[in-house]
Design a protein around this ligand. Structure first.
Ligand code: GAP
Length: 502
């Protein structure tokens, strides 16, 4: 059975991963709360990103800049004047859309035989423009048009989108700025206006010189940041795919443009290629199947005017192929804008060339929530176990799994078993996130942990009291191994470390 977004939403709600925000008040559109397991999963996604960026490399520093920034930041970045979407309303059903998200239609222009009468028509459902032209040429009558002979005056005329819900006419687009406005201090006037940041990137640009000088860096180097961003999206939706509040994981990698490179140094475009490969591989490393990932180059008309190149890493969600992350060569645009608006010198002194210039920037910009959704969709499995009931489980990478180990007593009414199982869970907790559970029969406890992707379960039974051995069960293979209780920590820790290795 094909996976739907509803399967994922229902799993998330049932198992305490994601809840609708403010649910008791009827919910707040497109905002979501991460429950006890969701908070772990999201942190694990962000930790995996941070580890691969900051800890596993030696050319990247971390940063945590404030969400509220000086309002001039957003003038310099272009967000005040350009960060807007074209908003259209349906004149009939009053629904609201982003015009650029509506399908583009082509129509044909017909002319009525013998009369100065033209009509623009769009293909009926299921018809292509070519099929419609052929019908007209075959002399078929149009039931909705006056009788007579129509001929094609002009082929493939662009038609303004219409309402996909009711077919109604749409208003002219209005530009709608996506930044959430707020006020600093008690007086709400134009002087106190600032914004919730719509991207974390600008916090990095304004700190470029601070990091460069305090960490005594030389080009090339990057600054990584994870944090909340806010956008007043016109059409949020598809669960946590597009929301108004979300977490970004952004790297700004400062490097030399080609004309400043010494022989053997990577140019900006070579670093762009490097980051495309690194980021694509990161998703694969954390368990996403290669056939569900692809790179999509931005068309020339999609590229920001300052960008030298941009690709999206896309994942095949149940809603179709959609963007996970963008990797752009932003050139020296952002730093130059901040130099101009702040009056501060953010150029770099290249000792080898004895020259100052503004670095180029490669930006891999990912969403933590979207990545989490992709990891969930990709890990979702339903399989039949030996002809019996279907087993649902999340085959999450061990690093991402919210809980690493669950410990159960085989019987909860045997105090000696409970005590030994609780003791083992307590011993494991300092090493990795372990829970104790005795609230159901053993089969049900396994199913529960499978459904949330816990890689290891340990069961303490009557024999354990005699021989000190327990059963370790693996989520993916369901293989059960007997081993001394004291060995469990070492075996699980080793599996976790091995899973992390590149
Ligand atoms: N600094 C560049 C930048 O912000 P973007 O393509 O607008 O680029 C980067 O955003 C990533 O942030 C996206 O690929 C997506 O993963 C995530 N993102 C953007 N808007 C989002 C939203 N409304 N809800 C969830 N994630 C979002």
């Amino acid at each position: 059975m094909a996976l739907t977004m509803d399967n994922i939403v229902s799993l998330c709600k049932r198992r305490g991963i994601i809840f609708q925000s403010s649910e008791i008040y009827g919910g707040l559109g497109s905002t979501w709360d991460y429950g006890p397991l969701g908070v772990e999963l999201k942190r694990n996604v962000m930790d995996a990103w941070w580890r691969s960026m900051v800890y596993e490399r030696d050319d990247i520093e971390g940063l945590d800049a404030a969400i509220l920034m000086h309002p001039q930041t957003w003038v310099a970045s272009g967000h005040v004047s350009n960060f807007s979407d074209p908003l259209v309303d349906c004149k009939s059903c009053k629904r609201r859309f982003r015009e650029d998200h509506l399908p583009a239609y082509a129509g044909i222009k017909l002319v009525h035989d013998g009369e100065p009468r033209e009509e623009l028509v769009v293909p009926a459902m299921g018809d292509s423009v070519e099929q419609m032209i052929s019908k007209v040429r075959q002399g078929r009558e149009w039931s909705s048009k006056p009788k007579g002979y129509w001929t094609v005056a002009e082929e493939t005329v662009p038609v303004r989108p219409f309402c996909p819900e009711c077919g109604g006419e749409l208003t002219e687009p209005r530009q709608f700025n996506l930044m959430f406005e707020t006020h600093l201090g008690p007086v709400k006037d134009s002087a106190s206006v600032t914004y919730l940041r719509p991207e974390t990137a600008q916090g990095i640009f304004v700190n470029f010189d601070n990091v460069l000088t305090t960490m005594r860096r030389k080009l090339p180097f990057g600054i990584a940041q994870i944090g909340k961003s806010f956008r007043n999206e016109i059409t949020p939706g598809n669960f946590v795919f597009r929301t108004r509040e979300f977490e970004q994981m952004e790297l700004e990698f400062f490097c030399k443009p080609a004309d400043k490179c010494q022989p053997g140094e990577r140019t900006d475009m070579e670093w762009w290629e490097h980051w495309k490969e690194e980021r694509f591989n990161w998703y694969k490393r954390y368990g996403i199947r290669a056939e569900k990932l692809r790179m999509r180059d931005h068309a020339a008309d999609e590229l920001a005017h300052y960008a030298k190149g941009c690709v999206d890493v896309e994942y095949e969600f149940p809603i179709g192929w959609s963007e996970l992350e963008g990797i752009a060569n932003r050139t020296d645009y952002d730093l130059k804008q901040h130099i101009q608006y702040s009056g501060k010198d953010l150029s770099y002194f290249d000792q080898a060339r004895n020259e100052r210039y503004v670095p180029y920037v490669i930006e891999p910009s990912a969403g933590a929530n979207r990545s989490l959704l992709a990891f969930l969709c990709d890990a979702y499995r339903e399989e039949e176990v030996e002809g019996k009931e279907a087993r649902k489980f999340l085959s999450l990478h061990y690093d991402l799994a919210p809980i690493k180990c669950a410990v159960f007593p085989l019987l909860k009414n045997k105090p000696e078993l409970v005590e030994k199982a609780r003791g083992l869970a307590r011993d494991l907790k300092p090493h990795f996130y372990t829970v104790y559970d005795d609230t159901a029969a053993i089969g049900k406890l396994y199913r529960r942990q499978d459904e949330i992707g816990t890689p290891f379960c340990v069961t303490v039974d009557m024999d354990s009291l005699e021989d000190g051995q327990v059963t370790l069960r693996n989520r993916d293979t369901m293989q059960q191994d007997r081993m001394p209780a004291e060995k469990v920590q070492e075996v699980i820790a080793e599996s976790l470390v091995n899973a992390r290795a590149r």
